[in-house]
Unconditional design. Structure first.
Length: 194
């Protein structure tokens, strides 16, 4: 089992919306007492390993920028067969903050990090955990930024205090879903958390 948290390396991006995948992986790593992050030069990424019960998992945070994530992932997930045991956790601007969806064998929805992973692996047959980051109207409708510059500024921006509260609950749920993934597999996790 491989779990990849997408984001950008470096302190200036650490708490940006675009790094929600990395944040979730860090929370997961701590909760299940996986090994400390270790930089693997060959992968150009931070790697951590551990077990939940008897099930092993390898975590990866690519130290490439988002749109080059696949270069790092390809060094860990070396075949199309192995890709079926991969979960990529990332921010989703087309979903409201506080929502999450697990999908398998789908397109990238325009997400450059997911596009890079699919291109590098030569397959779309891997799981994605989409984590909503966009605000919503009082009635719960999606209210995402319009225009390329606004979108970039938004995803590279940080969460405000109110959003942090929603994010905290979301991280907890995402970590539980990843545990379910490792222990019971993709189908079980999708049935329980979608």
């Amino acid at each position: 089992m491989f779990i990849v948290g997408l984001g950008n390396p470096g302190e200036e991006y650490e708490s940006s919306r675009h790094n929600v995948g990395r944040m979730i992986l860090e929370k997961f790593r701590k909760k299940y007492d996986f090994s400390d992050w270790e930089f693997e030069k060959k992968m150009n990424g931070l790697v951590s390993t551990g077990k939940i019960g008897k099930k092993k998992a390898t975590l990866l945070l690519p130290e490439t920028f988002m749109n080059k994530s696949g270069v790092s992932v390809k060094k860990l997930v070396t075949s199309k067969k192995k890709a079926q045991d991969l979960v990529v956790v990332y921010d989703e601007i087309d979903m409201t903050l506080g929502t999450m969806k697990i999908v398998f064998n789908r397109g990238s929805g325009g997400h450059k990090g997911v596009e890079s992973v699919a291109r590098s692996l030569g397959t779309k047959e891997f799981s994605r955990m989409r984590i909503g980051i966009s605000p919503s109207t009082p009635t719960g409708k999606l209210r995402k930024p319009k225009g390329e510059k606004k979108v970039v500024d938004f995803v590279l921006g940080t969460f405000n205090k109110r959003e942090e509260e929603k994010l905290k609950k979301m991280k907890k749920k995402a970590v539980e879903a990843l545990e379910d993934f490792v222990v019971n597999g993709r189908v079980h996790a999708m049935n329980h958390f979608n």
